[in-house]
Design a protein around this ligand. Structure first.
Ligand code: PLP
Length: 231
């Protein structure tokens, strides 16, 4: 077994244990392997171990890694989990199967236009800034319901769920519970929440997708973590 496959087995086991402890079926939870800053060879290790769902937070970095891997593994599913600029909407719709960071009208409009043009409809999650942090991407909780409605009726985006990144210095469970409540209120079935440090907590609180990077691939250079927020 490669080191990657080893970590994959361990994280999958932790997810299954957390799910069972919460009375959930482990099959309800998808592990999104966050491969940002790591090379295609590391992604390939997990592909060879049978894993198919990956996350990247920058369009350009993903463009350098994933077209070839997707050609070799047609059932690979790629999620965009980082902030998206409107001028990258076309590239994002071309490459990604899921966009988890829809958070404002201008971006929703740009994505709708590119989906129409390209005839490709990646599933969309709305990112919520549950901690109301000024430096962080995501729509504010108070604006969420109106934005979900606009994404559905005005932009006709395939909205399936919500995503959040809790503040680093706060109890993540409170944010996960809030996100779950907002998703239920809006009739959204998918919840992308939980990272390496807190994915088991997220599973307990209803996550359908956990986004795990360092627990699978090892530590990243410190610079990479700042890209989770808007520059
Ligand atoms: C990097 C990143 C992750 C993974 O973080 P780890 O702590 O390494 O698991 C998850 N979600 C987002 C949005 C990220 O940018």
């Amino acid at each position: 077994m490669t080191e990657g496959a080893d970590h994959l087995a361990e994280v999958s086991r932790h997810i299954a244990e957390a799910a069972r402890a919460a009375g959930r079926d482990p099959a309800e939870i998808t592990l999104v392997a966050v491969s940002k800053t790591h090379g295609a060879d590391r992604v390939r290790e997990l592909l060879e171990a049978g894993h198919r769902v990956f996350g990247e937070n920058r369009v350009q970095e993903a463009q350098g890694k994933f077209p070839e891997l997707k050609a070799a593994y047609p059932d690979l599913e790629l999620h965009l989990i980082g902030p998206l600029q409107t001028n990258k909407a076309r590239d994002a719709v071309t490459l990604f199967d899921v966009v988890q960071s829809v958070d404002r009208d201008k971006l929703a409009a740009a994505l709708a236009k590119e989906m129409e043009r390209l005839g490709r409809r990646p599933a969309c999650y709305i990112q919520v800034n549950t901690g109301e942090e000024p430096q962080k991407a995501g729509i504010l909780p108070k604006d969420l319901d109106a934005f979900v409605a606009a994404c559905r009726t005005q932009y006709e985006l395939p909205v399936v769920g919500l995503m959040c990144i809790p503040p680093v210095d706060e109890e993540p469970a409170l944010h996960f519970a809030l996100l779950a409540k907002m998703a239920a209120r809006n009739g959204l079935a998918k919840l992308s929440m939980g990272m390496s440090a807190d994915y088991e907590t997220a599973v307990r609180l209803g996550a359908t997708h956990v986004r795990v990077g360092s627990a699978l691939f090892g530590a990243r250079p410190p610079l990479a973590t700042s890209s989770a927020v808007h520059a």
